[in-house]
Design a protein around this ligand. Structure first.
Ligand code: AKG
Ligand code: FE2
Length: 260
């Protein structure tokens, strides 16, 4: 664990990171409450083992570069929001698309969802129409087959930027508010260190092996997180696919039922 943390990691970083990297403690450790911020991880009850797949070249390298260029100076990236609620999330992120329910119940189930903001604007319209939607059209076919669910559609898409110098370099372990997630790497291979997309049960899967445009596809209930970026910056385009006929993702619904 220590090897993945930068020397300047705060005690808070260490506590959060320890809570999800200590795999010897099993799943209970993942639902531990952080002693400092009292935030409870949203990943308490995983219902499926992660099914993880890699799609090479989901996006062209030019498109990946275009997204970075479009958003590099986006003011939304610089707004840290409510720090108490964005704990663990990368400091810089832009939500491009958001169609999921944010009623009180879903919101509570989603936990750190509060950190997400709708940033879609005319500035982003071209990015959405030229890149995100064609990509989603392509990926949804794959997503339907992978999830064995024909009702999937793109629910939200956001661009994340983690950087070694930011106060938020990592993402703690969590499950997604999706049935299926596609996380597209936007950074060229070797342009950053750390920043591995890790799954419980498959910790060796590192995004360091991915080039810009390569995607990782996984079940939304799979427990995963991003280890701290220790050098450079890591960009990703994350697409959440959900089931319109069902609303709340299955793994979240199961989690709520189990708590009752
Ligand atoms: O940045 C990534 O590749 C994945 C981030 C993630 O897990 C999420 O946004 O839910
Ligand atoms: Fe995630």
């Amino acid at each position: 664990m220590a090897a993945l943390l930068p020397a300047n990691a705060t005690a808070h970083d260490r506590a959060r990171y320890a809570s999800w990297t200590d795999k010897t403690r099993g799943k209970d450790a993942l639902s531990a409450t952080c002693v400092q911020c009292e935030d409870v991880s949203i990943c308490a009850v995983p219902t499926q083992l992660p099914g993880v797949a890699i799609v090479r070249g989901a996006l062209s390298r030019d498109d990946a570069r275009a997204i970075r260029a479009w958003l590099a100076d986006d003011p939304a990236f610089d707004d840290p929001g409510d720090i108490a609620r964005t704990d663990g999330l990368p400091r810089r992120q832009v939500t491009l698309l958001r169609q999921v329910c944010i009623c009180e119940e879903c919101f509570t189930a989603g936990g750190s969802f509060a950190a997400y903001r709708i940033a879609a604007s005319p500035r982003h319209a071209r990015l959405i129409s030229d890149i995100v939607m064609p990509l989603a059209t392509k990926l949804v076919v794959f997503a339907k087959a992978k999830a064995q669910n024909q009702n999937l559609s793109l629910w939200s898409a956001f661009v994340r930027r983690y950087d070694a110098t930011s106060s938020r370099r990592a993402m703690p372990c969590h499950a997604d508010m999706s049935e299926l997630t596609v996380s597209v790497s936007l950074s060229p291979q070797g342009s950053y260190q750390g920043g591995a997309l890790e799954f419980e049960g498959a910790p060796a899967l590192a995004t360091g092996n991915l080039d810009a445009g390569d995607a990782v596809v996984h079940h939304g209930g799979a427990i995963h997180g991003i280890s701290p970026v220790t050098q450079g910056e890591r960009w990703s385009l994350v697409c959440f696919f959900g089931d319109d006929s069902r609303g709340m993702p299955m793994h979240v619904a199961e989690k709520i039922l189990l708590r009752m």
